[in-house]
Every structure is written in structure tokens, then in C-alpha cells.
Design a binder for this molecule. Structure first.
Ligand code: 5AD
Ligand code: SF4
Length: 444
């Protein structure tokens, strides 16, 4: 049916991975709409289908690879359909060439650095007999077009890339070195969004705390936060992801004294073992991390602290695992995202001795998840009967009569409501607590 229907052409984007990828998909949508495309209702209805990929863990890659058969059938049914593979997975050495040799029906392959060239690439791909590939790491990072996913909350990149080279991580290889955006551009963007009525912005970067180090201007993350906190009209400022090593006292003070910066600290610890932290090249010790948490809790009342943890990193012995368990018990995270170590090509950890067996990795993740779910439940129970402000974000995925929002501390709250509260800040009383979600009743 596609290609034969008159009227505007349609696009569909499937996004895997982190918030930066979600933002990149918003930019791709913006470019497509500037070219006259409109959104399609489903993958098969699209004239242009884009898969925006992630390379952080093997699982994300497998999901994309398992989709390629389906894409082949779409192309058979509608040879006019343009199939695009985009994002970090394509940026890995030799990957795009391998894919284009094996799956010749793919029309275009591009990476995060090629975003601004996307309109020209797409046009060229329509007449090219071979897969068009653009995985150059050069590319303008400012975009004239963006189609934001929401009208009340927005993602704003403050930096691209990463210089940290944690030994397990592929990001510095696929997203390149850290480049900070100019503070003036960020401030202008936030002011414009605030004028349009946006209530919440989330500043994005692989390591937001090192913002500004590469700029000529004398500006750091604390300065940026302080400036944005003063922008009129805006209500909530979030940021991700932080690196514990660079989370300094000034940042804590500015958050403590700020009005709009949310009291949620996502501080990926990755491991509780000094030996493993060193092998990971994280640049801090467990004692440093524990002190940082104490400092934050003593200065920012009622804050929440969440983390990322990797189990089964090479060399992780039972004692190291127990150190992580112990750290989790000591910190009492509000939530923790626990991942099984996934060996990535080109990273140092891939070559390290002492790779942990899949069985042990599975046992360890199971144990950590079990403990964390008890900790999260207890933390959430502390909120029973309290009043919380939530930003209502969407209809509940499981119950159409419920709405879902987030507290300033980033906890998910379900509320029942007849009114149209989407995009509104609402006070609720917490009536039920589970490990990962809360239920509340509207007070206004
Ligand atoms: N294996 C498992 N988890 C990883 N992460 C990054 N690289 C890997 C990997 N190779 C996790 C880290 C990071 C989060 C975004 O993904 O915990 O904080
Ligand atoms: Fe990867 Fe470490 Fe950079 Fe985060 S800080 S993106 S984990 S290299």
C-alpha cells in the first residue's frame, strides 16, 4: 500500500538506548518534518523507517540484529520504502561495512555525528543502488530542526562524547571526545522553552559534571546550573549522567540553594570494590563515594539517590561482589540499575584476565536486584502519607484510567483522575508504595 498512497510521505523511528539517543531521534524527526514527512502509525506504514541503535551492551545490538529479517520483509512488500540504520552501533569500527555487505537492502547507515547531513544523505540514498554510509566522526552538533516528544518537558544536550574511557565502555569510541555546547546557546534554548510553557528540562551529557572543561570561556557545570536556575517560568531542572569523581562541593551547594534543580542524584557507582573500581578506571574509591553520599544527604534534605552497577566485571571475585553488596546496604539507594558486564569490542576490559562465567553473573545480578527491591520498597514506604508534587507525564501504560507522573526526586507516581492533568504540576498524597512505583491521590 505504501508509496501508492498520495499525500505526504510518512516516517517511523524506533529508538534504542539512552536519552541522548531519544534526543537524536527528536532531531531526525525535526529534519524529516522540515522535508515534508509526517509521522506514520506503525513501522510497516512508513515510507522511511529508521532504527536508532545503541552499542553500550550486546543485548541492545542483538535486538537490532534480530529486527533485520523483519526489515527485509518490509522491503520485499514495498521496495520504495527507505530503510535507515542510525546511531552508536553503526559507529563501531567496520560495523557499517559488515552490515551493508550482509544486508544489502539497507538504504542508509549513519552515526550520531552525521545528524546534520541527514536530509542530504536521505535524498542521495533514494537514488543510490548501494547502501549509503556516513560514519565520519566530524559533524556540526547544532541543529536548526527538532521535533520534541513532549510539549512540557525537554531534553537538552550540554555536551557530546566522553573523555573518561572507563575500561568497559564503548561510548568514547562511538560518540568521540567530549565537546561542550556554548553556554549562551544552552541558556537561549532553555529561555525559549520556558517561554513556550515547558515545565521541566533535563540537561544531557555522558558526564555533565565535566561540562565546560574544553571551552575557552571560564564556565563549569555549577555555573551553568546556577544560571539556568534563575530562568523565569521554568519549574524543574534535571541532569544526567553525573560522574562521582567530578561531583564537587560547589555543585552540591548550588543544588542545595537552588530553587528549580531537582533533589535527585543519579550517581553511577558501578562497583563497591576498590580493586574493580581501579580496573574500571573510574577514578575514585568506595570511601570517596560513601563520603560524597553523606555530604549530599547532609546538605540536600529529602533527596533521592540512584545508581548504576555492573556485575561480573573481569576479575570480580566473591569478595569484590560482597563489597558491592555491602556498599548498597550502606548507601540505601532509592533505585539502582544493575547490569551484567557485557564485553565490548575495542575496550580494555575485553582483554582483561578473569572473565566471569555467565552463570555467576546471573546469580550476582539476581541477588543484587533482590536486595535493591527490598531497599527501594522501604524507601518508598517512608513516603506514605506525605505530600509530593508530581509533573503528570502520560496515561498509565497498564491502566487507562490512571495518569503517571514523577516527583522531584524522580519517583514514578500513578494517580487516578478525570481531569486533563497532562503536563501539569499537581500535589498528591502518597497512598501506596511498591518497589518501583508509588500511587497517590490528587490534592488539588
Ligand atoms: N556492560 C554492562 N554495562 C555497561 N554500562 C556501560 N557499559 C557497559 C558494559 N560494557 C552501564 C554502566 C553505565 C550505564 C549507562 O550502562 O553502568 O553507567
Ligand atoms: Fe562510558 Fe565512563 Fe564515559 Fe560514562 S563516563 S560514557 S561509563 S566512559
Amino acid at each position: 500500500m505504501n508509496g501508492q498512497v498520495l499525500g505526504p510521505k510518512r516516517y517511523y523511528i524506533l529508538t534504542y538506548g539512552c536519552q541522548m539517543n531519544v534526543y537524536d531521534s527528536e532531531v531526525l524527526s525535526g529534519y524529516l518534518e522540515s522535508m515534508g514527512y509526517i509521522p506514520a502509525n506503525s513501522e510497516e506504514d512508513a515510507d522511511v523507517l529508521i532504527i536508532n541503535t545503541c552499542a553500550v551492551r550486546q543485548k541492545a545490538e542483538e535486538k537490532v540484529l534480530s529486527k533485520l529479517g523483519k526489515l527485509r520483509s518490509f522491503k520485499k512488500r514495498n521496495p520504495e520504502m527507505l530503510l535507515v540504520l542510525w546511531g552508536c552501533m553503526m559507529q563501531q569500527k567496520g560495523f557499517a561495512e559488515k552490515i551493508s555487505n550482509k544486508y544489502k537492502f539497507i538504504d542508509l547507515i549513519g552515526g550520531p555525528h552525521s545528524l546534520q547531513r541527514f536530509p542530504q544523505l536521505l535524498e542521495k540514498a533514494q537514488t543510490s543502488s548501494k547502501t549509503l554510509i556516513d560514519t565520519s566522526i566530524e559533524g556540526e552538533k547544532e541543529h536548526p530542526h527538532i521535533k520534541r516528544g513532549h510539549s512540557f518537558k525537554a531534553w537538552i544536550p550540554i555536551s557530546h562524547g566522553c573523555n573518561n574511557f572507563c575500561t568497559y565502555c564503548v561510548v568514547p569510541y562511538v560518540r568521540g571526545p567530549e565537546i561542550s555546547r556554548s553556554p549562551a546557546k544552552i541558556i537561549q534554548e532553555v529561555k525559549e522553552l520556558s517561554k513556550k510553557g515547558y515545565k521541566e528540562i533535563t540537561l544531557l551529557g555522558q558526564n555533565v559534571n565535566s561540562y565546560g572543561k574544553d571551552l575557552k570561556e571560564d564556565v563549569d557545570f555549577a555555573d551553568l546550573l546556577q544560571h539556568l536556575d534563575g530562568i523565569e517560568g521554568l519549574f524543574r531542572i534535571r541532569y544526567m549522567t553525573s560522574h562521582p569523581r567530578d561531583f564537587n562541593d560547589r555543585i552540591i551547594d548550588i543544588i542545595a540553594n537552588g530553587e528549580k534543580i531537582c533533589e535527585h542524584f543519579h550517581l553511577p557507582v558501578q562497583s563497591g570494590s576498590n580493586k574493580i573500581l581501579k580496573l574500571m578506571n573510574r577514578g575514585y574509591t568506595r570511601d570517596y563515594y560513601l563520603e560524597l553520599i553523606d555530604k549530599i544527604r547532609s546538605r540536600v534534605a529529602n533527596c533521592s539517590i540512584t545508581s548504576d552497577i555492573i556485575v561480573g566485571f573481569p576479575g570480580e571475585k566473591e569478595k569484590d561482589f560482597k563489597d558491592t553488596l555491602d556498599l548498597m546496604q550502606k548507601v540505601q539507594f532509592d533505585a539502582a540499575y544493575i547490569f551484567i558486564y557485557s564485553p565490548r569490542k575495542g575496550t580494555k576490559a575485553l582483554e582483561m584476565a578473569g572473565q566471569v562465567s555467565p552463570e555467576i553473573k546471573k546469580e550476582r545480578i539476581k541477588e543484587l536486584n533482590k536486595i535493591q527491591s527490598i531497599i527501594s520498597l522501604n524507601k518508598n514506604r517512608d513516603l506514605l502519607g506525605t505530600k509530593q508534587e508530581i509533573l503528570v507525564e502520560e496515561k498509565s501504560k497498564t491502566n487507562p484510567n490512571m495518569l503517571t507522573g514523577r516527583t522531584r526526586t524522580n519517583k514514578i507516581v500513578h494517580v487516578s483522575s478525570n481531569g486533563n492533568l497532562l503536563g501539569k504540576l499537581v500535589d498528591v498524597e502518597i497512598t501506596e508504595a511498591k518497589s518501583w512505583t508509588l500511587t497517590g491521590k490528587c490534592l488539588s
